[in-house]
Ligand binder design. Structure first.
Ligand SMILES: [Zn+2]
Length: 239
């Protein structure tokens, strides 16, 4: 790469990692937590590919799977026994199974308290009937009304947003939550990688790495994870 381009890259990385304020360290998560959004039978092949990669680097204990119990209103998870068995096998390996809305249609948790109550009850009941007890919740599209947030916290769920985490006791703290693999074009991988590594190095709190199946499963997305997980292993053998 030409010298000028390298300097520009370094400047961009610096700019993107210089606004880290004072993010929170979450003891349950440690230095890094991987948030897999949109876990549903619709992405079964993609999720298998991603979890294979996560396990290669022994990161399953750091990985939280945010499940949509009734994706797009297409029917409850219990109608997909093969996928439920897959989730159970992941939980046995150390993955955490959590809740990501109920049907994920529109901004479903940007709603009033009554509707939020119905949806969270349906979602929790479905996952609990399959043997999972979620502790964390990510609202679909990070869209959340104040009344819905109150309802979620009253169910003893900790809510993770784009920039904040909300605990059931009402405390709210800033987080560094980044996603580098949204159909990443090949020429951007190197930049995304430098940016992720620099951010991870600078964050004093917990680094939240978000990903969406399919958007992350491009050739460059998978390359990003291989290299970033390799970096985590060599630099911090015990993340
Ligand atoms: Zn989602």
């Amino acid at each position: 790469m030409a010298k000028k381009a390298v300097l520009l890259l370094i400047a961009l990385v610096f700019l993107s990692s210089s606004d880290l304020a004072d993010p929170t360290y979450i003891p349950d998560f440690g230095h890094i937590v991987i948030l897999v959004h949109d876990v549903s039978p619709a992405y079964y092949p993609e999720l298998r590919q991603l979890t294979d990669l996560i396990e290669t680097y022994g990161l399953q204990n750091q990985t939280y799977l945010f499940v949509i119990p009734n994706h797009g209103g297409s029917g409850d998870m219990s109608h997909h026994p093969e996928f439920v068995a897959f989730l159970r096998s992941l939980a046995e390996k150390g993955y955490h199974v959590e809740l990501h809305g109920y049907d994920h249609i529109g901004n479903e948790f940007d709603c009033d308290a009554e509707e939020a109550e119905i949806k969270v009850d349906l979602g929790l009941e479905e996952l609990e009937s399959l043997g999972f007890t979620p502790k964390y919740f990510i609202p679909p599209r990070y869209s959340l009304s104040k009344s819905a947030l109150k309802v979620l916290l009253s169910h003893n769920l900790t809510v993770i947003g784009r920039d904040f985490i909300y605990f059931p006791d009402g405390i709210q703290k800033p987080i560094v939550n980044r996603e580098y693999t949204w159909y990443t074009p090949d020429p951007l991988v190197e930049y995304q990688l430098m940016s992720a590594e620099e951010t991870y190095r600078s964050v004093r709190g917990t680094f939240f790495l978000s990903l969406h199946p399919r958007a992350a499963n491009t050739r460059s997305g998978l390359e990003f994870f291989r290299e970033f997980f390799e970096f985590l292993q060599t630099r911090f053998p015990d993340p």
